[in-house]
Design a protein around this ligand. Structure first.
Ligand SMILES: [Zn+2]
Length: 309
């Protein structure tokens, strides 16, 4: 389904440019593509945990699963746990982050984000959010594995961010929904680090068998252009289009409000008229490993390109 030759070419080019620019030559070993089977396996394991609303036992077990998987892939994940008053009372949330490369302290930052919580659906006790939560969580973990193995660290620190509390308990507001991303954006702003943030790329609902990535025209023009160009080169351009029904409220918005260039890679056409979204139809049989590979290989190339600039 994907053009592995081009991905390898792009990554080698990236490494060559880095070596030229920095004077220190990273190993120019062509990296593997996304391991789609592994990504799909991780989706299954996350779904098997069951419902994962913020503050629930399933949510806590998912956070631990992310920490364990990231650790197994050679990272040192950090958990940030806090409590907020919500419409459902006091709820404990946990964000998880892990970083690759950089290390100088003042280098630029690229954030790759996803949420791992699931929505609480009235009348649906076993909502597993295969696409809405599990697919992007699994794919970010697989991106971490693939990037770590390539040693493709560039000029920026790449921060992988797993947000809790994306889903609103009621209606989205300044105190409901986007809990984890609002917290991280605030932390970035308080530290002044938001000024070095080169890009915030969010993945959400990326596993639909019938892949139709719907990019918002209000996202960063530069990031949109790069993504579409990469997809063109990888022969997957037909899977990437625009969302023309208004803006999408998601975890990228708190970062966008800080002036950080954002890109929300989301497929908001899930089932007929998006009818699988937030219903018990959101199960793993609607997903495919090929779709995870299409999105994952585009994102790896995008990270590499940004990291070489
Ligand atoms: Zn959702």
């Amino acid at each position: 389904m994907t053009d592995s030759w081009f991905t390898r070419f792009l990554l080698v080019l990236c490494l060559v440019l880095l070596a030229d620019g920095c004077g220190s030559a990273p190993e120019a070993v062509p990296p593997p593509d996304i391991d789609a089977a592994n990504a799909f396996r991780l989706v299954g394991e996350i779904c098997d945990i069951g419902p994962r609303p913020s503050g629930s036992d399933g949510g806590a077990r998912t956070a631990q699963y992310i920490v364990d998987t990231a650790t197994a892939y050679g990272y040192e994940p950090i958990q940030d746990t806090w409590t907020e008053r919500t419409a459902r009372g006091s709820v404990e949330f946990t964000n998880i982050t892990a970083e690759l490369g950089g290390g100088g302290g003042d280098e630029s930052l690229i954030i790759i984000g996803t949420h791992f919580d699931t929505k609480i659906l009235a009348g649906t006790a076993a909502f597993v959010g295969a696409n809405d939560g599990a697919s992007s969580t699994a794919l970010v973990l697989e991106l971490m594995r693939a990037l770590k193995e390539t040693s493709a660290a560039g000029r920026s620190t790449v921060r992988f961010a797993f947000f809790d509390g994306e889903e609103a308990f009621g209606q989205y507001s300044d105190s409901d929904g986007l809990h984890g991303s609002r917290r991280m954006a605030r932390q970035l702003q308080e530290s002044g680090r938001h000024r070095q943030c080169r890009a915030m790329i969010l993945l959400d609902m990326v596993g639909d068998k019938d892949l139709t990535v719907t990019i918002s025209p209000t996202d960063s023009r530069e990031l949109r252009t790069k993504l579409f160009y990469i997809a063109e080169q990888q022969g997957t351009r037909k899977y990437f289009g625009y969302f023309m029904k208004g803006s999408i409220l998601d975890d990228h918005i708190p970062f966008s409000r800080l002036g950080i260039p954002v890109l929300d890679i989301i497929d908001f056409k899930y089932g007929p008229n998006n009818s699988y979204w937030h219903t018990d139809q959101d199960t793993i049989d609607k997903l495919s490993a090929d779709s995870l590979a299409i999105v994952g290989n585009a994102v790896i190339a995008l990270i590499c390109e940004l990291n070489s600039e």
